[in-house]
Write a protein that binds this ligand. Structure first.
Ligand code: NAD
Length: 339
């Protein structure tokens, strides 16, 4: 049970996202404190732990989860390390917020679903934070109000200033488009039935050998279409936009980020450099909602099923990216456990 000092959280992985979540838990949100951090890079964990009273650094995630005062776990290690950390946390009956992707493929995602179902109650929330972005929440509300009629198409753009070294074509799907996969499923309340990945002429500014940008077409179970432009090296900033085309109108989000300045015969604004700034409020609301729900003994937000479904769509996307053509998404039957 959380102590009066709040939910004791172990953060696994202290890189870009993990360090930002530690700062968020420590300085921004209420009801939680970071009591342990773990990273295979000992110095990174140690340096971060030193900034927080009562926080201990570990190199082994299992030792961090086993530490006293740990009530919950936030996983922000790379995707291929998530399965082991999730299985460990579930085995200890600890609530978990796991960064996306839940796991890199469907086989490992299904093992997580199995572990959670064997435990008998939900413990896992997946970090699809678009669901906490104010504009996405308004878009979802509008679509579900029925005011504009049924949503027929969703146009989405996901542009990055540049990708880190080593970023691959596959990661454009599994790491980047996975956000739009979840947003599409959530906004339209439907599963995705098929995926087609198209590759236009690559930008000469993309790293050699990388097909960037790419165009992804998602077909939903009821026949709506959602397209995603994923551009890893657009060169001007981080921009995420979505436009829903409905029977009686169109809704668009993601255009304005801040003050619009008019000066010297021009008007304009600022494009944020990355997701940490663009989705800062969404991350704050996501982590606060997770802490609040956990303290109430509830699990809300994107479930392990959502993590699995996104993995299945990305798997189909990778097959289309590799071999071309339209690839159907194969999903197991949704267990009643996941509603
Ligand atoms: P990163 O490379 O900056 O940090 C990862 C850290 O994990 C590193 O410090 C590394 O040493 C450590 N690590 C590696 N293996 C580990 C293990 N087995 N146990 C503990 N620590 C381990 O990566 P990042 O950009 O911070 O991404 C971390 C996670 O967050 C990934 O799953 C990524 O997809 C996700 N992410 C989510 C968003 C979002 O918008 N929700 C944005 C970026 C990244």
């Amino acid at each position: 049970m959380p102590s009066q000092q709040g939910l004791g959280v172990a953060v696994i992985g202290t890189g870009k996202m993990g360090a930002d979540h530690v700062r968020r838990l420590h300085e921004v949100i209420s009801g939680a404190r970071v009591v342990a951090v773990a990273d295979i890079e000992a110095e990174r964990a140690k340096t971060l732990a030193a900034t927080i009273d009562g926080c201990t650094a570990y190199t082994d995630p299992v030792a961090a989860m086993a530490a006293g005062e740990v009530d919950a776990v936030l996983i922000a290690s790379p995707g291929d390390a998530h399965e082991a950390a999730l299985i460990e946390a579930i085995g200890r009956d600890l609530p978990v917020l796991c960064e996306k992707p839940m796991t890199p493929d469907t086989a490992s995602s299904l093992r997580v679903l199995d572990a959670e179902q064997r435990l008998g109650h939900r413990r896992v929330q997946v970090g699809f934070m678009r669901r906490y972005d104010a504009e996405y929440v308004k878009l979802k509300g509008l679509l579900h109000s029925g005011e504009l009629g049924a949503a027929l198409m969703l146009h989405q753009r996901h542009r990055n200033l540049a990708m880190p070294p080593g970023f691959t074509d596959e990661m454009l799907i599994t790491s980047s488009v996975s956000h739009e996969v979840d947003a599409t499923r959530w906004l339209l309340d439907q599963e995705i039935a098929a995926v087609t990945v198209l590759k236009p002429t690559a930008s000469s500014l993309a790293p050699a050998g990388m097909n960037d940008p790419q165009f992804v077409l998602l077909e939903t179970s009821s026949g709506a279409l959602a397209d995603v432009e994923i551009f890893g090296h657009c060169g001007y900033g981080y921009q995420v936009q979505a436009e829903a085309v409905c029977e009686r109108g169109v809704v668009r989000i993601g255009d304005e980020q801040g003050p619009r300045v008019s000066t010297e015969g021009r008007w304009g604004g600022r494009v944020p450099p990355d997701y940490v700034e663009r989705f800062e409020d969404a991350y704050d609301r996501e982590v606060q909602a997770w802490v609040d729900a956990t303290r109430r003994g509830e699990v809300t937000g994107p479930s392990a099923w959502d993590g699995y479904a996104a993995a299945a769509v990305c798997e189909a996307g990778l097959a289309s990216q590799r071999d071309g053509g339209r690839v159907e998404v194969e999903l197991v039957e949704r267990p009643e456990f996941y509603g």
